[in-house]
Ligand binder design. Structure first.
Ligand code: SF4
Length: 360
């Protein structure tokens, strides 16, 4: 059986933390250093666990300069990492130029929280379905992108087409992953949302894929974020089951996490080849160290994936808010960030938006 080290402290512990620096923090003392920015909610896939609703949905995108202004303000408040998401971000025109602009920004605080005028470059990452990655990996790398994560839920073309409902895309995604690695955007992470009855038969195939392609495969427990609200607990493949399957495939060894706010538990195999991550928001929530805040493609702030409401940052911008006023508004909103999600608990309410309109 895998050697598993005790890692994250229980959720309740978050309230105990009291700190003094000026970085953006919620009332539990959690520093918000990671921004997930959705630059479009258009997507060229119709994945069965996400785009389960109507075809005619409206799409929203702001001007690139408007997103850049929001990011600059958030960086001045302590954001260190920016992950570009969608919908599918590679569909967004002007994305390479946007990355080039973002790569000129520097953090406003040193790692110990001291304000600085000479901070570190932002950690720029992007999550994509990989369909357009082959042609954009190099330009994005040259523009300043550091890391790429590819959402890929199968390692064979047939299952891939069944889940994405897009034919003949698997080979393109594979080519995109290899091109991203060649371009220096690695180690490339491949995120797989596991759904019982759809792709849970792929666990061993993904383990072999990680070892063969030298990518980090991360399994994600299915969360109730789909369009038609069909999520049921029994469709979730929990972490303990994934570990049991992988350990039977080849003995696992747990790896240390890079930081307390990292969402994945990390493992390799007994020969050190391949890396597997497991993100278990349902069976082993990690909200106690949550460092994330999101901006949706229509410019709303979301303090949690499972928020019941949005906060209209873009509206305040349109009404002439100054950077100082918008920064004060963001601080106010973050003070009310949810402590944690309540999936599986009595009274759990699904979020006010689904994944394609949040951006992961
Ligand atoms: S569910 Fe909300 S609080 Fe928990 S980790 Fe995700 S975004 Fe953070």
């Amino acid at each position: 059986m895998a050697t598993i080290s005790p890692s994250l402290p229980p959720q309740e512990e978050s309230a105990a933390r009291v700190v003094s620096d000026q970085r953006l923090r919620d009332r539990f003392g959690r520093a918000l250093t990671d921004l997930r920015l959705s630059v479009t909610d258009r997507c060229n896939y119709r994945c069965v666990y996400c785009r389960t609703g109507n075809e005619g949905a409206q799409y929203t995108e702001l001007a690139i300069e408007e997103y850049l202004r929001m990011v600059r303000i958030l960086v001045s408040l302590g954001i260190e990492k920016v992950r570009l998401t969608g919908g599918e971000p590679l569909l967004r025109s002007g994305l390479v130029e946007m990355v080039r602009e973002l790569s000129t920004l520097k953090t406003a605080f040193l790692p110990d929280g001291t304000p600085t005028n000479d901070g570190l470059p932002l950690d720029l990452a992007l999550t994509t379905n990989g369909h357009l990655l082959d042609g954009l990996a190099m330009p994005l790398k040259e523009a300043g992108l550091r890391r790429v994560t590819v959402s890929m839920d199968a390692v064979d073309a047939e299952t891939f087409a069944t889940i994405t409902r897009v034919p003949r895309s698997y080979d393109r995604v594979l080519a995109g992953i290899r091109k991203a690695a060649d371009a220096g955007l690695g180690p490339v992470k491949v995120n797989c949302v596991l759904l019982r009855g759809f792709n849970d038969h792929q666990i061993e195939g993904f383990a072999a894929f990680s070892r063969r392609e030298n990518v980090i495969v991360r399994f994600i427990e299915f969360m109730p974020l789909e369009e038609d609200r069909s999520w049921r607990p029994e469709t979730v493949v929990p972490m303990r089951e994934i570990l049991k399957r992988l350990d039977a495939y080849r003995p696992l060894v747990e790896l240390p996490q890079h930081s307390a706010s990292e969402t994945a538990r990390r493992f390799t195999f007994d020969d050190g080849i391949g890396e597997i991550g497991i993100i278990a928001p349902v069976s082993q929530p990690f909200c106690g160290h949550c460092s994330r805040i999101r901006i949706t493609s229509d410019g709303k702030l979301r303090t949690c994936l499972f928020s019941q409401s949005d906060h209209d940052l873009y509206g305040r911008m349109l009404r002439g808010g100054t950077d100082e006023q918008l920064a004060a508004y963001i601080r106010q909103v973050v003070l009310h960030k949810e402590e944690r999600h309540h999936i599986g608990e009595p009274g759990f309410e699904k979020p006010s938006r689904n994944m394609v309109h949040i951006g992961g």
